[in-house]
Ligand binder design. Structure first.
Ligand SMILES: NC(=O)c1ccc[n+]([C@@H]2O[C@H](COP(=O)([O-])OP(=O)(O)OC[C@H]3O[C@@H](n4cnc5c(N)ncnc54)[C@H](OP(=O)(O)O)[C@@H]3O)[C@@H](O)[C@H]2O)c1
Length: 254
């Protein structure tokens, strides 16, 4: 079988760099996207299987050149100052660029995505809208919501999955976020699931299939993750979001 390949959007970020390393450790072919290829080439020099590609992931035409022949896409982009344009906008741009191709898409979102309150409410709600559009797309997907980066104890060596978005605090090693995303695109039982990821005491995961299988799959046709509260009614959503759901959704949204 040919080596599976993955496009990493946000490859130069604090999580993306770990994704590239984790994917290389699993022997994947890696297409690492950045708006600054020179910077990315410096970051990934010497890592086997990495091809750096340059483009803006908010532009479907830019992504179109790089989605060909990849088995999976891992989205770890982010720009807290442009949540609609970037955190959300990359998702419809990708779906537009795919044009019938069907890679497994793993999307990094955030804990508290379903809790639209506080200073990050706008950012988190746009991340949730990106999640919902991906669920509606009909693609194989996994949505990973990390806890607070690196707010962990010394012995927190084990990635821990949770659901329902109820843990308002809780930390996760950046390496565990990356590993969860990479294993998600390699593990059949991860498909159609939305999970939070934290780091806890214990040994590293040896059976990712069992770990994902122990979580609840998202309800087919639902815009929300399993156990998410139904607190973002479609009839209050921005026109752009409804239009994207109609354009890319495979089923009537509910
Ligand atoms: N801090 C926490 O505890 C925490 C917890 C949960 C979730 N989060 C979320 O995690 C995200 C931050 O992750 P991080 O630390 O890895 O981010 P980061 O270091 O700021 O990296 C952001 C990445 O996004 C890419 N990017 C931005 N705009 C792009 C565009 N138009 N086209 C292509 N790529 C683009 C950048 O790539 P180039 O510059 O190379 O193009 C960069 O690689 C945030 O969205 C945050 O909300 C944070």
């Amino acid at each position: 079988m040919a080596t599976p390949s993955v496009l990493v959007v946000g490859s130069t970020g604090s999580i993306g760099r770990h994704v590239v390393h984790a994917a290389a450790l699993r022997g994947l072919g890696i297409r690492a996207l950045s708006r600054d290829a020179a910077r990315a080439n410096r970051a990934f020099a010497g890592i086997p299987g990495v091809e750096v590609v340059q483009g803006d992931a908010t532009e479907p035409a830019s992504l179109l050149r790089f989605v060909d022949a990849v088995d999976a896409v891992i989205l770890v982009h982010g720009d807290d100052s442009r949540p609609e344009g970037v955190d959300y906008g990359v998702v419809p741009a990708l779906l537009g660029a795919l044009n019938g191709r069907r890679p497994h898409v793993a999307l990094m979102s955030s804990i508290n995505a379903t809790d639209a309150s506080g200073p990050y409410a706008d950012l988190l709600t746009w991340k949730r809208r990106g999640e919902r559009l991906l669920r509606a797309s009909g693609l194989a997907y996994t949505i990973v919501r990390p806890g607070w980066f690196d707010a962990v104890e010394f012995a927190d060596d084990r990635p821990v999955l949770a659901q329902g978005d109820t843990a308002r605090m809780g930390g996760v090693r950046r390496e565990h976020v990356a590993q969860t995303l990479v294993e998600a695109v390699l593990t059949p039982s991860a498909s159609g699931r939305t999970v939070e990821v934290f780091s806890g005491p214990g040994s590293p995961v040896s059976d990712w299939d069992a770990l994902f299988a122990a979580t609840q799959a998202d309800a087919p046709g639902s815009l929300d993750g399993a156990l998410d509260p139904p607190n973002l009614p479609l009839d209050g959503e921005p026109a752009r979001v409804v239009a994207d759901l109609e354009r890319f959704g495979k089923r009537p949204p509910r």
